[in-house]
Design a protein around this ligand. Structure first.
Ligand code: UDP
Length: 244
């Protein structure tokens, strides 16, 4: 049973449980994909049905950030905790390195995925990065072929939302990998192009504030986030009659 937060169902998992579930999907036959919605996703999905369907259809839906866990609390359906996409990725990488699994990195500006690959191989000895591709391509076909030929088990799809979720739904089954994970700007972080917030701020759930300080152009996007909390409060007050 998923926990419904403003129209999107979330898996109620701790970070450890999410990582275990991710590993199980890799071991399972067939294609799977995981998404990491934050409050911006929830707002966008209200006006973008294909995007909402892509989120609902995922095998793993992880609450990326405090905005989602606060909204869950306000709705009276608290989640065990947040599962930041990047931390989920790190757990999965450790497991992949220990089990000889193959990783393909897709997304970000040219050169970034290669830089991320080098850093990840150093950080996770034994990790096999079997291919990379930047996120600014015109046709899906050659990228799908590159993933097929790489025989990847896992693909980190980092094209930003909703592009990456729609891309995984459209191309995942043909690419032959077991698990694709939509991870937004994570390759920039792995490449060292963008830093994560200091750990103290991460623990306080204030990573968004650090990101805002570093990239003030995000203010327009972020100013909309309290809206998710107001919507959750509205849905709670109307006893769930509103879309909750
Ligand atoms: N990106 C991409 N192709 C595109 C648009 C974006 O590869 O057509 C990349 C972009 O370079 C960045 C990531 O997708 O690395 C999205 O970053 P953003 O910080 O906007 O995403 P978030 O983490 O906020 O979802």
């Amino acid at each position: 049973m998923r926990t419904d937060i403003l129209g999107v169902g979330f898996d109620d998992l701790t970070l450890d449980e999410a990582a275990e579930a991710g590993a199980a999907l890799v071991e399972d036959g067939g294609f799977h994909y995981a998404v990491t919605p934050n409050p911006e996703f929830l707002l966008a999905a209200q006006h973008d049905e294909p995007f909402r369907q892509a989120l609902l259809g995922a095998d793993l839906v992880l609450a990326d950030g405090v905005g989602v866990t606060y909204a869950a609390k306000i709705l009276g359906r608290p989640l065990k905790g947040r599962v930041p996409g990047i931390e989920f990725a790190q757990r999965l990488l450790a497991w992949m390195a220990a089990h000889g699994k193959r990783l393909f990195l897709l997304g970000a500006k040219p050169g970034v995925a290669e830089l991320a690959a080098a850093n990840l191989k150093a950080a996770y000895p034994g990790l096999i990065v079997c291919g990379t591709h930047d996120g600014y391509f015109q046709e899906d076909g050659p990228v799908v072929k590159a993933i097929q030929e790489s025989a990847a088990d896992v693909v980190f799809v980092c094209l930003g939302a909703p592009k990456q979720e729609l891309w995984m739904v459209r191309n995942g089954p043909a690419a032959g990998a077991r698990l694709m994970v939509g991870l937004g700007g994570s390759l920039d972080v792995f490449a060292g192009v963008v830093e994560r917030a200091p750990e103290g701020l991460q623990k306080l759930g204030l990573e968004w504030l650090y990101r805002l300080m570093k990239e003030p152009r995000r203010i327009g996007r972020m100013a909309r986030l309290p809206l998710v909390l107001f919507q959750a409060a509205g849905a709670r007050l109307t006893g769930g009659r509103a879309r909750a």
